[in-house]
Write a protein that binds this ligand. Structure first.
Ligand code: UDP
Length: 239
């Protein structure tokens, strides 16, 4: 166990579903409060934190395709959903006294600033938590890929993937009681075994840029800080 954080700058990826709690749709304020409290604690340790949040609690592009619609339009709606979640997280952080800024891949200047590496460098230099909204800004991608992309662009030391379970398993532990948990695994093995950690494009981007992916559960209070201090339960995906 370390008394100092293992990483100086991290990218925290949260799925949209993590924000909806037991509600089944949308945003549960109590969950946002708990997760942002963890982020505040990590911030107070001096960690530079970028956050990418998904939009699956509000909208997913594939649901439009399932209904016979156009994927690109659906993905635009999904990206807008990530902006709603991002604004919510920023507001919760600011309410807790932590400076935070949303930078979006999809320009909407009346609502928040547009992502550029320069703007993000300036925000980190000013001591802000950055919420990167809009995923990659392109259809046919996911916010997992957006998270890996921002982690690479911003030279993050780790990509912290907050999930429903406490690491990477050989199979879905909720469906298969014989599933075993990995303490560490390589990016290449995640891809070769087809493990559902993040989508393949995101894992490949992390692999090519030698960014470790730390997979942990966001359901327990304090888990983000525990993992940052090397005492939490997590799987480390290493180069
Ligand atoms: N999306 C997209 N491009 C991106 C990121 C997201 O088109 O770079 C859209 C896509 O429709 C996706 C939705 O936004 O389904 C929500 O993102 P995601 O599914 O990654 O959210 P999560 O599963 O993490 O909640």
């Amino acid at each position: 166990m370390a008394d100092k954080p293992l990483y100086k700058r991290v990218l925290l990826k949260l799925s949209g579903e993590a924000l909806m709690g037991a509600k089944g749709f949308g945003i549960d304020d109590a969950v946002v409060d708990r997760i942002t409290a963890d982020v505040v604690e990590a911030y107070r340790l001096g960690v530079e934190i970028g956050i990418v949040v998904g939009g699956g609690n509000i909208f997913r592009g594939v649901s439009v395709v399932a209904a016979g619609g156009d994927r690109t339009t659906g993905d635009h709606l999904g990206m807008l959903a990530t902006v709603m979640n991002s604004l919510t997280i920023r507001a919760a952080l600011v309410a807790k006294g932590v400076p935070a800024e949303v930078l979006t891949a999809v320009p909407m200047p009346t609502i928040c600033d547009t992502f550029t590496q320069r703007a993000a460098d300036a925000a980190f230099a000013a001591g802000k938590v950055i919420v990167f909204a809009g995923g990659t800004g392109n259809p046919f991608f996911t916010t997992d890929s957006g998270a890996a992309l921002r982690a690479a662009e911003m030279n993050c030391d780790a990509l912290m993937k907050g999930t429903q379970v406490d690491g990477v398993y050989s199979a879905d532990p909720k469906k298969d009681p014989t599933a075993t948990r990995f303490e560490t695994i390589t990016h290449q093995d995640v891809l070769a075994k087809g493990l559902a950690v993040m989508d393949a494009a995101a894992i490949a981007l992390a692999r090519d840029n030698r960014i470790p992916v730390i997979v942990f559960s966001v359901h327990e209070s304090g888990s983000f800080v525990d993992v940052l201090l090397g005492r939490g339960r997590a799987t480390t995906v290493t180069p």
